[in-house]
Design a protein around this ligand. Structure first.
Ligand code: FAD
Length: 564
């Protein structure tokens, strides 16, 4: 019988709430559900809220009775915030988090590189914001519990799975014993050690790296701004790397590489932690300052993905689908994009508006994204923890040259998580004018945000369904008729007229663009130009001049994956 701990986890800054388990005996017979999600971590909860936004109810099974232990993911990117905005929790993250955009790399006491992430008036969110994962999960829990289409069942652990032609049978264990649940679709969001992956005998592909890191969260008052600090080859930890990040509430993440051969038990011994953290504090001129340990763990980098995120009636997202190194903040940030990419497709499939084959494009796009991330993350991981003598020689040469030669310094700049561009997605229109545009977000790209006025941004108005941005002063009659046809079939599709002012028939929303900012950012040169954005806001078609026939073809392709 599943017995999740009922003791609140320990933390010096976060009060864990222990939730009541959901028990089958207190509820009636279980119908077959459209969607069951296994795993109420940040990615499973985001997927539940995405599905709910598309009108699909789901049951969310969470094995534990409380949110994540320790801060884990602490850096959330702008794209993650845009996704979290869609599911209604971005404001709370903004209220509690620490935004930042600079990173500093030091070698032998000298700052050799300063990373500056781009940020301008058109961005609602900062490039990065730091917040402990427990808080983010708490905000998502609140949103799930408030949503009538999400049923969150604490203390429910998936232990068995049998897949049939049109549904899956899930065995669930609880503090009062097991019960069975049927679902048309099972979403596996059960994290890095996914039991569902094991039940289906699926293997991850890729590499695991030997270098190990201690991750320690300490409470200390440091007079430093919120900027990422990276120290290469510091005196107290020769040949290795140390990272520091500020978290809210005077918590600092100190992340240091272990000397070769040291075991996690040795590394986590209190004396070892104390000596090393004191040495790091001394290195930044803060030696002797009092500090208190909150949480620590040992971590090693892996770059692994399943080759296909669909297995029968089961769809994988987040850490259950891939394991990515935390350098470059890729874990949770990549998972949010999975949740968003799956949510709208599964929504359309469940409501009968798209064929099941649409789900193949989910796997193609997101496995492609994971492979690209693995390639990039592999490079940064090899720089941080050189896996062989050759890599170390190269890395050391860069470090050494960087003291005097500016041209090598950008090599310190490991790429951080970014939104994937689905350039070759099967959903991108085959017959639009993508190739004729000279600027603006292209096929498969996420949208560019634009400031429209005080506390008003373009992305505030996008998402949840297909959005047709029409530039100019009118929506052509034939386009209006086509839009109405699709809406009558139940597709969520809105027309946003972007122009110098005023509204026109056929527009659901009119966005004033008096200074032509939006038009310029989207590379639209003439009235009548248009963009079609998918419900996850990625571009699937754009036209110099829109006509009803090409719009119809683009919508067919975006909802089936097959060119009309
Ligand atoms: C030490 C550490 C530090 C990290 N630091 C960072 C960082 O700085 N930046 C970053 O981006 N990422 C970081 N990560 C990774 C990040 O935490 C994960 O990528 C993120 O939590 C993935 O979310 P998820 O929802 O896919 O999985 P998880 O957060 O692991 O959630 C899975 C959920 O499923 C539940 N579950 C498991 N099995 C079952 C089952 N059989 N039935 C029902 N429920 C089940 C679990 O209880 C859990 O709540 C870190 C991870 C670790 C371990």
């Amino acid at each position: 019988m599943h017995q999740p701990t009922t003791e609140p986890r320990r933390s010096i800054y976060y009060d864990y709430q222990v939730h009541q388990p959901w028990l089958a005996s207190q509820h009636g017979p279980q119908p077959r559900h459209r969607v069951v999600i296994a795993g109420g971590g940040p990615v499973g909860m985001t997927a539940a809220l995405e599905l709910a936004r598309h009108g699909v109810p789901c049951v969310l099974l969470e094995s534990e009775l409380q949110v994540s232990e320790g801060s884990r993911a602490i850096v959330f990117t702008r794209r993650s915030m845009e996704i979290l905005q869609q599911v209604g929790v971005a404001n709370r993250v903004t209220q509690h988090g620490l935004p930042w955009r600079f990173g500093n790399s030091f070698y032998r006491g000298q700052r050799v590189f300063r990373m500056e992430a781009p940020h301008d008036d058109n961005d609602r969110f900062w490039p990065m914001i730091n917040l402990q994962q427990q808080y983010l999960e708490e905000f998502l829990v609140d949103a799930c519990e408030a949503h009538p289409l999400v049923e969150l069942r604490w203390g429910n652990r998936v232990t068995g799975l049998v897949q049939h032609e049109g549904h899956a049978v899930v065995e669930v264990d609880t503090p009062e014993g097991p019960y069975t649940l049927e679902a048309e679709w099972l979403v596996a969001a059960d994290g890095a050690r996914s039991g569902i992956r094991t039940l289906l005998d699926l293997k991850l592909e890729g590499a695991s790296y030997e270098g190990k890191f201690v991750i320690a969260d300490i409470r200390i008052d440091l007079p430093l701004p919120t900027e990422r600090l990276a120290f290469f080859d510091p005196e107290w930890n020769p040949r290795n790397t140390v990272l520091m990040h500020r978290e809210p509430l005077n918590i600092w993440r100190v992340d240091y590489q272990l000397p070769e051969g040291e075991t996690p038990e040795q590394a986590l011994a209190p004396e070892s932690l104390k000596t090393r953290i004191n040495a790091q504090l001394a290195l930044i001129g803060q030696g002797g300052k009092p500090w208190e340990m909150d949480w620590c763990s040992v971590y090693s980098a892996r770059t692994l993905t399943l080759p296909d995120y669909r297995a029968g009636r089961t769809l994988f997202i987040g850490d259950a689908a891939h394991l990515l190194p935390i350098f470059g903040v890729r874990g949770a940030n990549t998972g949010f994009q999975d949740a968003q990419a799956l949510g709208w497709r599964l929504g359309l499939v469940c409501s009968g508006q798209a064929p099941e084959s649409l789900l193949a494009s989910y796997s193609q796009e997101r496995v492609g994204a994971a492979r690209e991330i693995i390639d990039e993350a592999g490079k940064s991981t090899r720089f941080m923890t050189p896996p062989s003598r050759g890599f170390r020689l190269l890395r050391d040469a860069v470090l050494s040259l960087s003291l005097t030669e500016a041209f090598v310094r950008p090599l310190y700049h490991w790429r951080t998580s970014r939104p994937h561009e689905y350039t070759s997605s099967s959903l991108n229109s085959a017959g639009d004018d993508n190739a004729l545009f000279q600027s603006g977000p292209a096929h498969g790209a996420p949208p560019a945000n634009v400031c429209l006025g005080a506390d008003d941004f373009l992305l505030d108005h996008l998402g949840g369904g297909f959005d047709l941005l029409v530039f100019g002063t009118r929506v052509p009659d034939d386009v209006q008729a086509t839009v109405k046809d699709w809406q009558a079939q139940g597709l969520k599709l809105r027309v946003l007229l972007v122009g110098p002012g005023g509204c026109a028939p056929g527009a659901d929303i009119c966005l004033p663009d008096t200074d032509g900012r939006v038009r310029t950012r989207y590379g639209v040169r003439t009235d009548g130009g248009a963009y079609l954005l998918r419900p996850d806001q990625h571009v699937c078609a754009r036209w110099m001049t829109l006509d009803a026939h090409r719009l119809n073809a683009a919508l067919k392709q975006a909802t089936t994956g097959v060119a009309a």
